[in-house]
Design a protein around this ligand. Structure first.
Ligand SMILES: Cc1ncc(COP(=O)(O)O)c(C=O)c1O
Length: 423
């Protein structure tokens, strides 16, 4: 008897709903240790980060040790971390910063918050920045590039670094979705001039809201510190051994985290290896269950061992087949849809970054695009990165969470195989 797709009345491969979790892997692991760590801080009443035995300091030190970075600064969000990192490497009015067309809007918004102009570049089959398009978009105004590692997958960082070094550009790695990721043995966040983590509710580890900036360059760190707290020079003496400032402190925002965030983040960091061991095992099981594809290619991953394993993507070859492929998978019990579709204005796709595309900033006179220091002429349009829209319009993404079990990952692969066979 010939095989029938569930969408055509056959039996679905997956009959029980796949397990889902509200937030990211980190939040699913919150347990007694987190509760005790937060309670301990509350009982001391010492919620401010500049205290003896600071939990924030302990988190910064543990994260730096893990990444092999010299300096770490915890802040209150991933967006703040990007702003501090960009200001740390010297980005400001007159500068352009290249970001991928596929990233959360915060990456581009952080550039605007520094007074600089985001330049939106194409992604490639890695679903990360396309090094060739980055090179094509370098202008005399370009100051920095922000490679983003979406859904736990490091981008083509080796090629991107080569382009950036050729043109003397700073690199700020946006690791917000890739905490614990590696690139041929080197932790992401330790490759560029600075790296940024987000610890929000949806991330691989979380403290509810939080972020981290890491760098090896003391000057970058010091500037990131100034960018995070206008009174910081007052407190910094206690936290950073310095005989004086590398440059005079400047005033910016306050992105200071509380000790509660530090305590939570520190416990979660201790869970990172166990989280990654699980998600990586699930992704490996899924990938090894896939048959030779007929109608798709897999997302390109330079170093599969360094991938965090929280997602896998396939890119359907024929754009006209994507809808049917996704609907058929959903009917088989593997709910999915194209990463880009007209039905959902996903703020992870540049096309829906209205405030950026319309060049809106908080005050007309502060607009990076009309600032007297800006000699460039960047223009935006919804279809300016056709390759990005094409790839995301054909990309189907599957997630692996802390409740995913081996049999789920095997069934997910079986569902993909069945649909690919039968279409
Ligand atoms: C790629 C990326 N960059 C930056 C951010 C901003 O992080 P946060 O929400 O902590 O400000 C996020 C958060 O979703 C993200 O996914």
């Amino acid at each position: 008897m010939s095989e029938r797709l569930a969408i055509d009345g056959g039996s679905p491969i997956i009959s029980d709903p796949l397990p889902s979790t509200g937030g990211g892997p980190g939040v699913s692991c919150i347990g007694d240790e987190e509760v005790q760590a937060v309670e301990a801080v509350l009982r001391t009443g010492k919620l401010f980060r500049f205290v003896d035995d600071s939990r924030v300091r302990a988190f910064e030190a543990a994260a730096c040790a893990r990444l092999g970075r010299k300096h770490g600064l915890m802040v209150n969000s991933g967006t703040s971390a990007l702003v501090c990192a960009l200001q740390g490497v010297g980005v400001g009015p007159g500068d352009e910063v290249i970001v991928p067309g596929y990233t959360y809007i915060a990456t581009a918004a952080a550039v605007v918050a520094c007074g600089a102009v985001p330049v939106i570049a194409e992604i490639d089959e890695s679903l990360g920045l396309d090094p060739r398009d980055v090179e094509a978009k370098v202008t005399p105004q370009t100051r920095a590039v922000v490679p983003v590692y979406m859904q736990g997958v490091p981008a083509r960082i080796s090629d991107l670094m080569a382009v950036c070094r050729r043109h003397g550009l700073a690199v700020v790695e946006d690791c917000c979705q890739c905490i614990g990721g590696e690139y041929f043995g080197k932790p992401v966040g330790s490759i560029g001039d600075a790296g940024a983590w987000s610890l929000n509710y949806f991330k691989i580890i979380t403290c509810g809201e939080g972020g981290l900036v890491v760098t090896d360059d003391y000057g970058v760190h010091e500037r990131a510190c100034f960018a995070s707290d206008p009174a910081l020079p007052m407190w910094m003496k206690e936290t950073i051994a310095t005989d004086g400032w590398g440059e005079p402190p400047f005033s910016a925002n306050c992105f200071r985290p509380s000790e509660l965030l530090g305590a939570l983040a520190l416990v979660q960091l201790g869970r990172l290896d166990a989280i990654l061991a699980h998600t990586r095992a699930m992704k490996r099981t899924f990938l090894s269950g896939l048959a030779e594809p007929r109608h798709y290619v897999r997302q390109h991953v330079d170093d599969p061992d360094g991938d965090c394993g929280i997602s896998a993507a396939i890119i359907v070859s024929d754009p006209d087949l994507v809808g049917r492929f996704a609907d058929a998978l959903t009917a088989e019990g593997l709910p999915c849809g194209a990463a880009h579709s007209d039905s959902f204005p996903d703020r992870h796709i540049y096309r829906y970054w209205d405030s950026i595309l319309q060049k809106r900033s908080h005050h007309a006179a502060a607009s990076p695009w009309t600032h007297p220091a800006y000699a460039g002429s960047v223009t935006y349009s919804q279809d300016m990165c056709p390759k990005t829209l094409d790839l995301l319009g054909r990309a189907l993404r599957f997630g692996f969470n802390m409740k995913t079990q081996t049999h789920h990952a095997e069934a997910m692969a079986a569902a993909v195989n069945k649909v690919d066979r039968c279409l």
